[in-house]
Design a protein around this ligand. Sequence first.
Ligand SMILES: *Cc1c(COP(=O)(O)O)cnc(C)c1O
Ligand SMILES: [Zn+2]
Length: 385
Amino acid sequence: MQSTITHLECPECGRRYDHRRLQTVCKDCNSPLLARYDLDKVRRTLSLDEAGRRQRGIWRWAELLPLLDAKHRTTLGEGDTPLVPAPRLGGAIGLRNVSIKDESGNPTGSFKARGLAVAVSKAIELGVREFVIPTAGNAGGALAAYATRANVSAHVYMPSDAPPANQHEVRAFGAELVLVEGLISDAGKRAAQEAAKHGWFDVSTFKEPYRLEGKKTMGFELAEHFGGRLPDVILYPTGGGTGLVGMWKAFEEMEAMGWIGSARPRMVSVQAAGCAPVVRAIETGSQRIDPWQDAETAAAGLRVPSPYADRQILRAIHQSNGTAVAVSEAEIAEAQAEMASTEGLLAAPEGAASWAGLKRLAAQGWVGTEERVVLFNTGSGLKYI
Ligand SMILES: *Cc1c(COP(=O)(O)O)cnc(C)c1O
Ligand SMILES: [Zn+2]
């Protein structure tokens, strides 16, 4: 179970980077960097079935993760979340195969755990002892937990109106919490300044290559859930887009290893109407995402006015023949109540947005009755109370 990472690569210009050093983004085009593996080797030594027999959690994909030495693994039991059938929700809108990938059971109650488990482990392997992150909330909680687990320090920059549970958990884990007036973009500027001043390592979304690698494990798990196939449609509540781009990368890797065929799910990015830069770019056919002014939504994880990996997000949606949909605050609140009262699942507002988005698309006839649809519930509703 040895990582087969070979190098890092810029998806825009192809420039290669050394994975044995700490890297951030492409020096030429500022693009996020992607980890590349010896997929021929993995193809010969590991199958989807074999991986399925290993101990649960994201680390059973070790060959396809960047960590070279298992002694640097920082884990709280992240990953391998259930795919919960939602027959009553789906039935209510005439769909027969809707299920929910329920990420709420991850450590710290959101899927941010997957990405930060890998990013923290890898950075520690490369010598980092002090981390910094700007966050809408959940990523800060996850960083604080993993940093504490690894006995290193973390500084978390969070908008002052972030959910109280996120503020509480960061302090409880013993990290430094800095509340910032404004949005995650303002927190990002502060975090970058402090990182430069103190030599802290910045694990902002897509500003280092490995949170993406943790999140891509959701794609492997889906292929497993569906017996070596993939669903027809995936609805993903999109902030920075890590999971969307990560799953897309996982699908490419699995096809290259012969684990799956070339069929792909249509990827749907769901956003809040009060902050919908991805939806606007899809509607206007743009290749880049313009910053959204005056972003506002109670779904904190979706309040990302200017996603850094804009080219990669748009490419995944376009290549998959997917789409993007914006839902209102009222639709999100209603969706959250419906998920709870029909399927027994108290979703985060971001996860509820996926269900609201599916209702929209089903009403437009965009989703077929028999199609296998996966909604992502990315976190626990309990963190927003
Ligand atoms: C961060 C977050 C999102 C958005 O995830 P991205 O990968 O940044 O798009 C969605 N839901 C929750 C609960 C989150 O914490
Ligand atoms: Zn580049």
